[in-house]
Design a protein around this ligand. Structure first.
Ligand SMILES: O=C(O)CCC(=O)C(=O)O
Length: 255
């Protein structure tokens, strides 16, 4: 097994991503997938844009309102170790959702992740501001919409060039329970889902604590979730921000 340091160096100065198989129990992957499909089916495409109607992508959000499974998955020990090595041990959760690519879904479009798409260039590779985790909730295959990435594109530290992406992108296939961990600057996309089954990913973005979360309601969770939240979940929800700033000030002997 690769060390956390090797993985973070791969993300920062190497390929820009790492594929980590076998990290999630297949039963958890199944249950998370079923929950996302049920939620998105109940909502239809409501809440999604017309564009999503056209490209047949759906999103399940508010996962921390959907039971303990999602509380557990967002705190996966190995992923947290990688996220903290990259973003600091006070990093927070920026967004948490499932992407459902219904049969016939097309590419979503090559992009870098938040906050980079919301910022002016030039971008800095170090320190990384965001780690994206793409969990495969069922096998990602050649034909069902697996994620495409352009290796080493984070090193360019700029917005994607679609033509170059087309030339350089590779498809990341793998078994259910595999995690892709990637620099937020890595150029990536989805591929078309040519099968008759939905392809579901669990998407987690962990960010440097000073970056405002993409999901402005990320810290709004049901009272029972708050009551049973571990210290790690409280940190992820941004509830320990004041203490983290206090530690920063102390380190710099500012008080
Ligand atoms: O689900 C995937 O394969 C990637 C989705 C993605 O990149 C996104 O939603 O930003």
């Amino acid at each position: 097994m690769r060390s956390v340091n090797e993985i973070t160096e791969e993300i920062l100065g190497g390929q820009g991503f790492a594929v980590l198989p076998g990290l999630m129990d297949p039963a958890d992957a199944d249950a998370a997938r079923a929950s996302a499909i049920a939620e998105a089916s109940a909502a239809g495409f409501a809440g999604n844009s017309a564009r999503n109607d056209k490209i047949k992508h759906g999103t399940a959000r508010a996962l921390l309102h959907q039971g303990e499974l999602f509380e557990r998955l967002v705190q996966h020990r190995r992923i947290i170790q990688i996220a903290e090595a990259l973003l600091g041990d006070d990093m927070t959760l920026s967004s948490y959702s499932c992407r459902i690519m219904w049969p016939g879904a097309t590419e979503m479009g090559v992009h870098v992740d938040y906050p980079y798409w919301a910022m002016p260039e030039p971008f800095a590779i170090r320190p990384a501001l965001m780690l994206q985790v793409i969990w495969m909730l069922q096998d990602f295959t050649e034909t069902n919409g697996a994620t495409l990435v352009a290796p080493r594109s984070q090193l360019l530290a700029r917005r994607p060039d679609p033509k170059r992406f087309k030339r350089e992108a590779i498809k990341l296939t793998g078994a259910a329970g595999t995690a892709i961990v990637a620099h937020g600057l890595l150029w990536h996309d989805t591929s078309p889902n040519l099968t008759d089954e939905p392809r579901v990913s669990l998407l987690i973005n962990y960010g440097n604590k000073v970056i405002r979360p993409l999901d402005s309601r990320i810290g709004v969770v049901p009272p029972e979730v708050l009551a049973r939240a571990t210290p790690k979940l409280r940190q992820l929800l941004g509830l320990e921000f004041g203490q983290a700033l206090g530690r920063d000030l102390k380190r710099q002997r500012l008080y």
